[in-house]
Design a protein around this ligand. Structure first.
Ligand code: SAH
Length: 222
C-alpha cells in the first residue's frame, strides 16, 4: 500500500518517543521525499524506512531524520552543518527550518544529484561541498548545530570545536552495524552528553577507531 506524506507525518507523532516539534512536523510535510529517491523506490517513498540511493548508501528513515532534526533544536537564524549529504533529504528538511545549511558529501555523484534536487526544488540556502566531512567545514564555522548522518566510532573533537557555545552535535556513535544516537551540547564548563536510542547508519568513511560489528544498512532506529 502506498503511504501518503500526511500519513507518514501522523505516524511520526505516534511513535514511542514521538516527534513533537510542530515546526519539524511542518518541514516533514513540506519536503517531497519521493523526489530524493530513484523511480524504483518512489512508491515506497513515504514508508518509515531507509531506502537505497545507489553507491551503497541510503536515505535515512523519516523518523530518524525528524528526530535528529528535533534534537538539533533548529532556529530560524541557525547556521548548521550536515556531514553526509547522501540524497539531500535531511539537508532539505533542515533548510525549511534554519537560515543556512552547509552539507558535505564524499561521493561526488551523490553530491551532484543532491545539488540538482536543491536547485529544482528552489532551496537557495543549502551549500554542498564534495569532500571528507570528518574534518568539518572550518571556514564556515562556528555552527549552531552539527548533524552527522553516518555512524562514528567516537565523538569527533574536530566537529565539537566547530560549534558555538550552547551549540549541539547530533551524531550516531558506536560500532559498524550498531550505534547510539548522541546529543552533545557545548557548554562554557564543558560538554553535556545525552544518549538517546539505538540506531544503524552507514559508517563515516575516513575516520579512525572503528571496532568490528555487523553489517550496516543505514539511517534507521533500532
Ligand atoms: N543524510 C542523507 C543520508 C546519509 S547516508 C540523506 O538524507 O539522504 C550517509 C552519507 O554519508 C553517504 O552518502 C556517504 O557517502 C556519506 N559519507 C560517509 N563518510 C563520509 C565522510 N567522511 N564525509 C562526507 N560524507 C561521508
Amino acid at each position: 500500500m502506498r503511504i501518503s506524506r500526511e500519513t507518514m507525518v501522523k505516524l511520526l507523532q505516534k511513535k514511542e518517543d514521538p516527534v513533537k516539534d510542530p515546526e519539524v512536523l511542518r518541514a516533514m510535510l513540506n519536503v517531497p521525499r519521493h523526489y530524493f529517491v530513484g523511480d524504483d523506490f518512489r512508491p515506497r517513498a513515504y514508508d518509515d524506512s531507509p531506502l537505497p540511493i545507489g553507491k551503497n548508501q541510503t536515505i535515512s528513515q523519516p523518523y530518524m531524520v525528524a528526530k535528529m532534526t528535533e534534537l538539533l533544536e533548529p532556529r530560524k537564524n541557525s547556521i548548521v552543518l550536515e556531514i553526509g549529504t547522501g540524497s539531500g533529504y535531511q539537508a532539505a528538511v533542515l533548510a525549511e527550518l534554519v537560515d543556512k545549511v552547509y552539507t558535505i558529501e564524499r561521493i561526488p555523484e551523490l553530491a551532484e544529484e543532491a545539488k540538482k534536487r536543491f536547485d529544482e526544488l528552489g532551496y537557495k540556502n543549502i551549500n554542498v561541498r564534495i569532500g571528507d566531512g570528518s574534518v568539518g567545514w572550518p571556514e564556515m564555522s562556528p555552527f549552531d548545530g552539527v548533524i552527522v548522518t553516518a555512524g562514528c566510532p567516537d565523538i569527533p573533537e574536530t566537529l565539537l570545536g566547530q560549534l558555538i557555545e550552547n551549540g549541539k552535535l547530533v551524531i550516531p556513535v558506536g560500532s559498524i552495524g550498531f550505534q547510539e544516537l548522541i546529543v552533545v551540547t557545548k557548554k562554557k564548563e564543558g560538554y553535556h552528553v545525552n544518549r538517546k536510542f539505538g540506531c544503524v547508519f552507514v559508517p563515516l568513511i575516513g575516520i579512525r577507531g572503528w571496532r568490528q560489528g555487523g553489517s550496516s544498512c543505514g539511517g534507521s532506529a533500532k
